[in-house]
Write a protein that binds this ligand. Structure first.
Ligand code: ZN
Length: 350
């Protein structure tokens, strides 16, 4: 039975249960792992279990006490959840320390200082920690350094390289692994309408999901699934044809419709494919771990670059992803991204 109904992270849960039993729960945690593996859900269930009046063995919430009922309804006064609003590039400062008229009289940092209203502790969950601005991170530092007694702060991000060093060094880091492909397939199949499931398609989506349930759901779109392999082929081609790649990517993005949100979502997916490619190239070169998926393995082998140019390409692709969040012009962004990939230090061989 998976911990609190979340698949794939029993080892992490067991670690928290041990820490709790010994009274050694830390004040600050940074959850790191790919998008869509259940980190956010894990953080919320952990918050519920930590505030539960009578948790069962293994740090499992009782689901019956007043605290559990409030946590489940999302109205627990001692559980604070902050996420980046859809239309903003970063987590607004006022969510952490109140607006200009209510500095440190509102916001997550201020609420953490209050006495717990229900149980023994307060828990704060900061989703989208990848999107903390430097200014917001600075406001958090003091709270992270000296969390109020009994308080637990959980930041949830996707990659360590996306966190500011000042945040990273003040948190205990908890890694969430990608889910096994079979597990992704099982959950994906269970989500389909009865009679709608196409076994071959589900398998292909799960195989390309890199252990992320969110990615697998996205890949149920046939066009996206096909374009993923096209991106791998283009990136694996030497010399890289940046202009061709930019043209194909833009055409694919514009085919999502006239509205900006679906276009941005498509470009985000394409850049995630590129990240997957370059991260696989780093692993392949640095640790001699070839990708399990044949299409990705073939493209990475044909790229043949070292881990250094691959890591630089990862950083550039993350910059491009951040550009989408800043509402950059997509055509300019795609041109700039592909142009950088063509630079001599990244295009290691011609
Ligand atoms: Zn309870």
């Amino acid at each position: 039975m998976a911990w609190q109904g979340i698949e794939g992270h029993d080892a992490v849960a067991a670690e928290f249960a041990r820490a709790c039993a010994r009274g050694r729960v830390a004040g600050t945690y940074l959850f790191i792992g790919p998008e869509g593996v259940g980190k956010g859900t894990f953080a919320l269930r952990l918050a519920k279990a930590l505030t539960c009046a009578a948790p069962r063995d293994g740090l499992v919430a009782c689901d019956a006490c007043a605290s559990c009922v409030q946590a489940e309804a999302g109205s627990h006064p001692d559980i604070d959840v902050v996420a980046k609003p859809e239309d903003r590039a970063t987590i607004p400062l006022e969510m952490l320390i109140g607006d200009a008229d209510h500095r440190m009289r509102e916001g997550l940092c201020w609420r953490l200082l209050l006495k717990p209203a229900v149980g023994g502790r307060r828990v704060a969950v900061i989703l989208d920690a990848d999107h903390l601005s430097e200014e917001a991170a600075n406001c958090l530092l003091k709270t992270l350094e000296e969390p109020p007694p009994g308080a637990v702060i959980i930041l949830v991000g996707t990659a360590l390289e996306r966190q500011l060093p000042t945040i990273r060094s003040r948190c205990r880091i908890v890694r969430f692994r990608p889910l096994p492909t079979e597990e992704v397939l099982r959950v994906l199949a269970a989500e389909q309408e009865p009679g709608q499931a196409n076994e071959v398609r589900l398998r292909a989506s799960a195989a390309g999901a890199a252990g992320s349930l969110a990615r697998a759901r996205l890949l149920l779109d046939d066009e996206l699934l096909a374009f993923r392999e096209a991106v791998f082929r283009a990136l694996g081609t030497r010399p890289l044809r940046g202009v061709d790649l930019a043209r194909d990517v833009l055409a694919f993005v514009e085919a999502a419709g006239k509205e900006a949100p679906p276009r941005r979502a498509r470009l985000r997916a394409v850049l995630e494919f590129a990240l997957e490619f370059f991260r696989a190239a780093v692993l392949h070169d640095a640790a001699a771990v070839p990708p399990a998926e044949p299409a990705l393995a073939a493209a990475v082998a044909s790229w043949g670059g070292g881990s250094e140019p691959a890591a630089a390409a990862v950083a550039h692709t993350i910059d491009a992803l951040d550009g989408i969040d800043r509402n950059a012009n997509l055509a300019i962004l795609v041109d700039a991204w592909t142009a950088v990939l063509e630079e001599p230090r990244l295009a290691h061989s011609t």
